[in-house]
Design a protein around this ligand. Structure first.
Ligand code: FAD
Ligand code: SF4
Ligand code: SF4
Length: 383
C-alpha cells in the first residue's frame, strides 16, 4: 500500500502512453486510471499545439484521448487554475485532475484562499520544475545559439543542466548557465523561483533522483497526500502503473539537486532585487509610463479575478482611456495582487510593452512574506 511520504520510481505499462511520455509515462497513466475509475470527471492538462512552442490547455474526458497529452513542454509557460475558476465554476460540482508546475499549485491555493476554487474537487499531480522558457525567445535562442532552424526541432528537453534539442539531422545541448549568461535560457521569474518540487500537490513527479537502469525510463514520485497515495495504489492494482522503491542514492542526489536549485533561486533574487535597490518606486514609475493599458497583465494573472471591466471604470485618479495611465493604475494593481503574487511571470511575459511587472510584484511580495502569515501558496511554502 502506498502512503504519504513514499518515494517511488514509477512507469507505465501502457504502450501508447510510453511512446509519447517524457520519462516513463507515470503521470499520464495515473490520469488514465483516475478517469477510468471515475476518481475525476475530467483532466485538464497541457498539450502540444501546432508545434513544440505552442502549449495549449485541453480538457480530457475520454481516457483514450490521454496518450497524446504526454510529454513535457518547456515552452509551456501558461497556468491552468484560473481556467477552472473561469470556465468550470471553480470546480464546485466537477472533480478535475490537473498536472501542475509549482506556480500552478501555488495559484490553486491562492485562489482557494480567496474562495474562488473548491480544492476538495481538485486532484493535483505536480511536476518538478527547474524552469520554463518563453516561446519567442526560445525560437531566437535556437537560431542564434544552437544555429538550428527552430521549425526543424521536433523535441526539446532540459537535462543535467543543459537545454537539449533534437532536430532533423542531429541533436545538440548547451548548458543553461551559458545560455543565461548570453541573455537566453529560462524566464527571469523562473530563475528566481524556489518552488522546485511541488509538495502542495498530491504527488510530486520528476526526473531528479532516477538513477541506474531506470534512468530516463521512470519518474521519481513523492507521495504528498492520502489522495495521492490512493491514486497510486489504484493505478498499480489496475495494472497500468508499475513502481519500485526509489534508490536511496537517487533520493540523496534528488535532495542535493533540489538544494542547489534553491540556492540558485536565492542568488537570482538577490541579484534582481538588488538591481531595483532603494529606487524601486522610481523605477516602477518610469517603467510603467510605457503602459498602453491593454489589461493583459490583469487578464492573464492566474490569481487576479477582478474583471478588467471593473478596472476600466472611472476612479478618483485613474481616468478611463488615459494613456499612459496615472501611476495609480499600477499601484492599485500591486496593492490588489502582491500579497498573492506567485511569481509565475505571466503579467511580464504577456505585457505588450515589455514592462518587468513580475519583478516588481515579486519583490513587493517577498518583502511582505517576510512578515505576514500564512505564507504564500500554502503554509509549508518556503517563500
Ligand atoms: P508524462 O506522462 O509524459 O506527462 C507529462 C505531463 O506534464 C502531462 O500531463 C502534460 O500535460 C504535462 N505538461 C507538459 N508540459 C507542461 C507544462 N509546461 N506545464 C504543465 N504541465 C505540463 N523534473 C525534474 O525532476 N527536474 C526538472 O527540472 C524538471 N523541469 C520541468 C519543467 C517543465 C516545464 C515541465 C513540464 C516538467 C519538468 N520536470 C522536471 C518534470 C519531468 O519533465 C516530467 O514531466 C516528469 O518526470 C513526469 O514524467 P512522465 O513521463 O511521468 O510524464
Ligand atoms: Fe517552474 Fe517556478 Fe517557472 Fe513556474 S515559476 S514555470 S514552477 S520555475
Ligand atoms: Fe503572476 Fe504577475 Fe500575477 Fe504575480 S502579478 S501572480 S507574476 S501574473
Amino acid at each position: 500500500m502506498a502512503k504519504k511520504g513514499d518515494m517511488l520510481y514509477a512507469w507505465t505499462n501502457d504502450a501508447d502512453i510510453k511512446k509519447k511520455a517524457e520519462l516513463g509515462g507515470a503521470v499520464t497513466a495515473l490520469w488514465k486510471f483516475a478517469l477510468e475509475s471515475k476518481a475525476v470527471d475530467a483532466v485538464l492538462v497541457i498539450t502540444k499545439g501546432t508545434d513544440l512552442y505552442d502549449a495549449q490547455p485541453v480538457l480530457i474526458k475520454d481516457p483514450k484521448d490521454l496518450a497524446k497529452t504526454a510529454g513535457s513542454l518547456h515552452c509551456g509557460t501558461l497556468l491552468l487554475p484560473k481556467l477552472i475558476k473561469k470556465y468550470f465554476d471553480g470546480a464546485r460540482d466537477m472533480k478535475i485532475g490537473v498536472t501542475v508546475k509549482g506556480c500552478d499549485a501555488m495559484a490553486f491555493y491562492e485562489l482557494a484562499k480567496r474562495k474562488q476554487i473548491n480544492l476538495d474537487n481538485i486532484v493535483m499531480i505536480g511536476v518538478n520544475c527547474g524552469g520554463s522558457v518563453s516561446a519567442v525567445p526560445a525560437r531566437k535562442m535556437i537560431l542564434d545559439k544552437f544555429e538550428v532552424d527552430p521549425d526543424k526541432v521536433h523535441k526539446e528537453e532540459i537535462d543535467k543542466g543543459q537545454f537539449i534539442i533534437e532536430y532533423e539531422g542531429g541533436h545538440k545541448g548547451i548548458s543553461i548557465d551559458t545560455l543565461e549568461e548570453a541573455g537566453y535560457g529560462r524566464r527571469s521569474n523562473c530563475r528566481r523561483c524556489k518552488m522546485k518540487v511541488p509538495r502542495q500537490a498530491d504527488l510530486a513527479c520528476g526526473n531528479w533522483g532516477v538513477i541506474g537502469e531506470k534512468a530516463g525510463k521512470a519518474t521519481f514520485v513523492e507521495v504528498c497526500s492520502d489522495k495521492g497515495a490512493k491514486l497510486v495504489d489504484g493505478a498499480i492494482k489496475s495494472g497500468i502503473l508499475a513502481t519500485e522503491p526509489a534508490n536511496p542514492k537517487g533520493l540523496e542526489i534528488r535532495g542535493k539537486v533540489e538544494g542547489a536549485m534553491l540556492k540558485l533561486g536565492e542568488k537570482w533574487r538577490k541579484k534582481d532585487f538588488a538591481a531595483l535597490g532603494s529606487h524601486m518606486w522610481e523605477t516602477i514609475g518610469k517603467e510603467t509610463s510605457r503602459c498602453i493599458r491593454c489589461y493583459s497583465c490583469i487578464e492573464n494573472c492566474p490569481v487576479c479575478f477582478t474583471a478588467a471591466e471593473e478596472l476600466k471604470k472611472n476612479s478618483l485618479m485613474v481616468k478611463p482611456g488615459e494613456v499612459p495611465p496615472n501611476p495609480m493604475f499600477h499601484l492599485r494593481r500591486f496593492a490588489h495582487i502582491s500579497d498573492s503574487c506567485i511569481n509565475c511571470g505571466q503579467c511580464e511575459e504577456l505585457c505588450a510593452m515589455d514592462i518587468p511587472l513580475a519583478l516588481f510584484s515579486h519583490a513587493i511580495r517577498v518583502e511582505g512574506d517576510a512578515t505576514f502569515e500564512p505564507k504564500l501558496g500554502k503554509a509549508a511554502y518556503t517563500n
